[in-house]
Structure formats: C-alpha cells, structure tokens
Design a binder for this molecule. Structure first.
Ligand code: SAM
Length: 182
C-alpha cells in the first residue's frame, strides 16, 4: 500500500503510522530545509520511508498519475488557503491529488476549515468521489483536556474530510482512453 503525507512538515504522523504497520510511508513538503532535516532523521530511524521535496500544487511533476492508495493532508490545504492566490492554488492542489490517487484510493484531509469553507474545493464535477465528514474535538492548548461536547463552537473542532475515489479499476477514464487511441 502506497501512502503519501502531503506537506508533511516535521510532523510525527508518518512515524506513528510506521509503528502502526505502514512501513513504506512517503512524504513531500515544499520546504527544502524541512526536507533535509526529515530525510536525515528518517535515514537513521525509518530507512524504508521516503521524504522528498515536492509541491502540492504540482504533484504531477513528482509522481505518476494514480500512484497512491491514500493521500493524507494535515493542514497543507489550510496553509495553501492562507497564502497568495489561495483559491486557484487550492484548486491546483486538489486536481493533482485526485489525479495522483489510484482508482478506489482515499484522500484524507484534516483541516481547521468547516464544511462551508472546504466543500467547494472537494466537491467538483470532475471529482468522482464520495465524501464523508467527521468533526473531531480539539484538545485545548492549556489543559490538554478534550473540550466538553456541549461546547459546540466550530473553533473547538478539527474537520476530517474522507474522500473515496469511486472510479472502479476496470473502467478507463476518458483521458486514458484518448491516449490509447492516439
Ligand atoms: C500547517 S503545516 C502542517 C505540517 C504537517 N502536515 C503537520 O500536520 O504538522 C503546513 C505544511 O505544508 C507545507 N506546504 C505549504 N505549501 C506547500 C506546497 N505547495 N507543497 C507542499 N508542501 C507545502 C509547509 O511547508 C508546512 O510544512
């Protein structure tokens, strides 16, 4: 199973997943400094995992189409949406994510963004996937206690969008069929 952590930063997510049995995690980040640090750290502790520099807005330049069973984004689309040309750049990233996922693959987006802020990027006519949304209570910074369920304020939650690509393996996508005809 190929799993990509997109915009991994220096997060411990891949290491945690390694210990859960995902021994071949891959990660990309835009920052050359983070990449150098993480490569060094992984070479010592997780030699089977691959960390490389890559741009979430141009995933096709780093990976072949349909490379991954699962792509995880924890805060990277959020970061892109905080930057210059935010909407077109988030759309570029989403397009690359969709194309880089295998048929039946899963994109997991962990975000600060509520549904009214994120669904416009996830729900596109060109994306054939089923989206499930989960709300996860944040741990408070001061107390590390989970916020009480009665406190329904959106700022007390993270949002997890699980997008399952519906295209079955045996169906050729139009682009692929065209290429084969030429
Ligand atoms: C909010 S941090 C999240 C880091 C990590 N995923 C985590 O959970 O701690 C956003 C990360 O996205 C990276 N990033 C921002 N724009 C990017 C892009 N266009 N391509 C790849 N990584 C990007 C940043 O370098 C940073 O490490």
């Amino acid at each position: 199973m190929r799993v990509l952590d997109l915009g991994a930063g220096n997060s411990g997510l891949c290491a945690a997943m390694y210990h859960d049995g995902y021994k071949f995690m891959e990660a990309v980040d835009l920052s050359p400094i983070i990449c150098a640090q993480m490569k060094e750290s992984w070479a010592a502790s997780y030699p089977s995992m691959v960390y490389q520099q890559g741009d979430a807005m141009a995933l096709q330049t780093t990976f072949e189409p349909k490379s991954f069973n699962c792509i995880i984004d924890k805060g990277t689309i959020d970061a892109i949406l905080c930057g210059y040309d935010s909407s077109p750049n988030a759309e570029l990233a989403m397009d690359g994510i969709y194309k880089t996922l295998m048929n039946r693959g899963i994109f997991i987006c962990v975000s600060y963004g509520t549904e009214d802020m994120r669904m416009e990027y996830l729900e596109k006519p060109e994306f054939d996937w089923k989206i499930s949304v989960y709300r996860v209570a944040k741990k408070t910074i001061n107390t590390s206690e989970i916020v009480i369920a009665e406190n329904e304020d959106d700022q007390n939650f993270h949002w997890v969008y699980v997008c399952k690509k519906q295209v079955p393996d045996e169906v050729e996508e139009p682009e692929q069929a065209e290429e084969e005809e030429n």
